[in-house]
Ligand binder design. Structure first.
Ligand SMILES: [Zn+2]
Length: 52
């Protein structure tokens, strides 16, 4: 199940519409980050331990 909420990149306001009701900018569907923070920490941890 996907969220229908969209995010205005200007005012960071969530809306259901294609246009922001506040500034009329086009809104976007928020996309999850490519890499999870956990992944990143794991990489740092490996580097600290093994010196890769
Ligand atoms: Zn806006």
């Amino acid at each position: 199940m996907r969220t229908l909420f969209r995010l205005c990149p200007r005012c960071r306001e969530y809306t259901l519409k294609d246009e922001c009701p506040i500034c009329q900018a086009g809104t976007k569907v928020p996309v999850p980050p490519r890499y999870s923070p956990e992944d990143r920490y794991g990489r740092y941890r490996r580097k600290a331990i093994y010196g890769e």
